[in-house]
Design a protein around this ligand. Structure first.
Ligand SMILES: [Zn+2]
Ligand SMILES: [Zn+2]
Length: 429
């Protein structure tokens, strides 16, 4: 075991614990191996690169490389834990921010379990306020409910169920890009992030120069924010003066189509409880009895007011429920930031030891991050594990663990150590 680890070559004076040394060793092996799959982004010479360094625990920014070979040589030199490149293209990517000369940026969507409520996040995710120590389970709030602080210590897990939810949100983003924005598959690049989600990166000349405000419009679209559900300023027939009147209405394109399809699904399957659950109080029985007629007249023929008892208010409630289901839960800040650094393709995620890896949009459904993004094969090591939920890597299942010593394959051990759930024991050395 000691030989396999060869801890002797590591900068022990800088890396205090065996655990850090172990992760450093394994990450270095991965990055320095000739088979490492670091991929160059499009126009590599126009991108800013940044590296999170093991020893210094700082982000080293404003690096630029003319080609992938120079990038690989640099990685060999500095032994980083995480590698990022700008979604932006710059005239001089190596200069300070205000001197770089922004030329454009890819359109980036970040789908992360941190932004998706799931039923399991209360089991495996925890947050603690750094100022008052108040803690809770599930999604970290924007501000502490006790003291209002926005600083938290979080403990999350790359859970398979959460990752499946992230996959569903990612599929929605891809579907909108393909169908509503008419983008070709070739310009839509989909990646597993290496942690709790997926990145969708659109690389197309026409969209590069969109400013933040334009990207915010796209965010709003993808999130279904500000949808027009009413036809405004309708002139009432037979009235001599133009009176303000609004009526529920949906277009026959984009979100209009999405809402109608979702509303048809909802109405077809809805029970009394489903109707009550979205706030409908009146005429539930008659709605349920006339499902087919309602779908035909209202959804297919756009005659929204043609059935007595199904009011604008009812339609709005159904539409808003469907909007919530059909909108993609993305980290909105990432898309509007035109200088964003994003994890590089093929690099390791410092919180898991998994790779960021590209997959064809059509393979998303069948993609298995716990097979395809696993970077470390072979080897075993003994860990002292404080706590970990049950998890899978490849075909092997592990845990749950609670204060115990376990011999684990490298990939599982790296995941636990990187997530702060386990420590390498010095008996391994
Ligand atoms: Zn607090
Ligand atoms: Zn989960």
């Amino acid at each position: 075991m000691a030989e396999e680890l060869s801890l002797v070559n590591m900068p022990k004076e800088d890396l205090a614990s065996f655990s850090q040394s172990y992760v450093f060793q394994k990450f270095s092996e991965y990055y320095c191996s000739s088979s490492t799959d670091i991929r160059a982004p499009q126009s590599i010479d126009r991108r800013e690169f940044a590296f999170l360094l093991f020893k210094e625990r700082i982000m080293s920014r404003h690096k630029a490389f003319g080609n992938i070979e120079r990038l690989r040589a640099y990685i060999n030199d500095v032994h980083p834990s995480d590698i990022y490149n700008s979604c932006a293209y710059y005239e001089n990517p190596q200069l300070e921010m205000d001197k770089k000369g922004w030329l454009g940026a890819d359109l980036v969507f970040d789908v992360d379990a941190d932004h998706i409520p799931t039923t399991c996040d209360k089991i495996h995710d925890e947050w603690t306020c750094k100022d008052c120590d108040f803690s809770g389970k599930g999604i970290t709030p924007e501000a502490c409910p006790v003291c209002g602080s926005q600083k938290f210590e979080t403990k999350t897990w790359p859970c398979e169920l959460c990752l499946d939810s992230a996959k569903e949100e990612t599929a929605k983003v891809i579907d909108m890009l393909q169908n509503d924005f008419s983008l070709a598959d070739e310009v839509i690049h989909v990646f597993f992030s290496g942690h709790r989600g997926y990145h969708v990166q659109v690389e197309i000349e026409d969209m590069r120069t969109l400013n933040s405000a334009a990207r915010k419009e796209i965010v709003d679209y993808v999130s279904g924010f500000g949808l027009a559900l009413f036809e405004n300023e309708k002139r009432l027939r037979g009235s001599s003066t133009k009176r303000r009147s609004v009526a529920f209405s949906l277009s026959n394109y984009g979100w209009g189509i999405r809402l109608k399809a979702g509303m048809r699904r909802f109405i077809t399957r809805a029970t009394k409880d489903d109707m009550r659950g979205i706030g409908i109080r009146r005429n539930i029985d008659s709605i349920l009895e006339n499902k087919e007629l309602i779908i035909k007249r209202c959804l297919e023929e756009n005659r929204w007011t043609s059935i007595r008892g199904v009011s604008d208010e009812t339609w709005v409630k159904i539409a808003e429920h469907v909007r919530n289901l059909e909108s993609a839960k993305i980290d909105t800040v990432v898309t509007t930031d035109i200088h964003r650094l994003i994890r590089s393709n093929g690099s390791l995620h410092g919180k898991t030891g998994l790779k960021k890896i590209e997959l064809p949009p059509s393979n998303l459904k069948d993609f298995d991050p716990f097979i395809e993004a696993v970077a470390f094969k072979g080897g075993k090591i003994k860990l002292l594990i404080s706590s970990a939920p049950r998890f899978r890597i490849g075909d092997d299942e592990f845990g749950p663990y609670h204060d115990e010593k376990v011999d684990l394959p490298t990939s599982a051990a790296i995941l636990l150590v990187c997530k702060g759930r386990g420590e390498v024991l010095n008996e391994n050395v």
